[in-house]
Design a protein around this ligand. Structure first.
Ligand code: UT7
Length: 333
């Protein structure tokens, strides 16, 4: 799906994020799976990740992130017209996690639904919300990327369990007034030929979890990491280049790139391919690991609150995930 310039410009009025309290370090992981802090750090850049409490669900983290974004936007929960939650770890298969978030926020006038696009979900949600606002259907939206990946992690598989973490990030979108920033360009892509490279095999209609297969870990994430790595670099590079060009920007015009936080080596490769110095690329995966749909949303919020960009700066968001899916967004803040 391609983008076109919107009739009504849409701005990001606030961002928020939430991560659970419990920190799981590489050294702790190495006590129960055959790995080391040295391997995880050099291969991924991750030092620690957050793990949600047993009674802390995706909707709880999503709600806290949304509350912080609304507070920053100066908007009351009652004013929210649209809520989109991007997640692959919904509280329940149905109803949507967004319905739980709507109730927890008290945004009872809002239409609420989930989307499933793995790590690309937050930028897919941004594109959908932007279009619905610029078309006049709604005047604002809260979009959220939220994941409890610890609930779908095979803690005996060192290929995956060292990578993932829990958390949530959110943004408030609304019509842009004079002098405010706007979303300049968006791009989304999918290649369904690679569905098996990164997947949760069980728990859906193709392979329900039964007493017979309950011990096979089919409800957890499996990944062919090396293949995903190569495809991720190419897809993210192309998506970022597409929105940079569509927005009429040059590399020097970009204040900050906020990429999906999966692997520092992927992030470095993208910075290199885009000819952007590493200091213009935001990284927080050392603290949180890969939180799928939440990752770019948490990174955007932290970069914003740290003052890494200000009004008028151009920033690029770029993501990649299971599907395979990818997306990028150029924003004049
Ligand atoms: O968010 C969605 C997108 N996901 C991604 O972008 C992930 C992309 N992939 C990656 O980030 C990397 O491929 C990984 C971090 C997953 C793996 O790094 P790699 O450099 O591709 O390692 P590898 O899979 O080629 O494995 C190299 C070696 C293997 O041992 P042998 O066969 O060479 O003896 C693995 O068994 O490292 C071994 N290994 C580990 N060793 C210690 C794999 N995981 C671990 C581990 N600790 N946790």
């Amino acid at each position: 799906m391609n983008s076109s310039t919107s009739v009504v410009p849409v701005t990001i009025a606030g961002t928020g994020s939430y991560v659970p309290e419990r920190v799981l370090t590489n050294d702790e992981l190495a006590k129960f799976v055959d790995t080391s802090d040295e391997w995880i750090t050099t291969r991924t850049g991750i030092k620690e990740r957050r793990i949600a409490a047993d009674d802390e669900f995706t909707s709880d983290m999503a709600t806290k992130a949304a509350e912080r974004a609304l507070e920053q936007a100066g908007m009351a929960a009652e004013e929210v017209e649209l809520i989109i939650v991007a997640t692959i770890t919904p509280d329940t298969p149905t109803p949507a996690t967004a319905c739980h978030v709507q109730a927890k926020l008290g945004s009872f006038s809002a239409v609420a639904f989930d989307i499933s696009a793995a790590c690309s979900g937050f930028l897919y949600a941004m594109k959908i919300a932007k279009r619905l606002i610029s078309d006049g259907a709604y005047s604002n939206a809260v979009i959220i990327g939220a994941e409890k990946l610890s609930s779908v992690t095979n803690w005996e598989d060192r290929n995956t369990c060292v990578l993932f973490g829990d958390g949530a990030g959110a943004a408030v979108l609304r019509r842009s007034n004079d002098g405010e920033g706007r979303i300049l360009a968006t791009e989304m892509g999918t290649d369904g030929r690679h569905t098996s490279l990164l997947e949760i095999k069980g728990g859906g209609s193709a392979c329900p979890i039964t007493a017979a297969n309950a011990e096979s870990n089919l409800q957890t994430l499996s990944m062919q990491g090396r293949e995903v790595f190569k495809l991720a670099v190419n897809a993210m590079r192309t998506a970022a280049e597409t929105v940079i060009e569509r927005a009429g920007l040059k590399p020097d015009d970009i204040k900050l790139i906020v990429p999906h936080q999966a692997n520092l080596r992927i992030i470095d490769a993208i910075a290199d391919r885009l000819s952007v110095p590493n200091e213009k690329v935001y990284v927080n995966l050392d603290k949180y690991g890969n939180t799928s749909a939440a990752a770019v949303a948490i990174a955007l919020d932290e970069a914003h609150r740290e003052g890494r960009f200000k009004r008028g700066d151009n920033i690029i968001l770029v993501v990649f995930g299971a599907g395979l899916t990818w997306a990028a967004t150029a924003i004049e803040w």
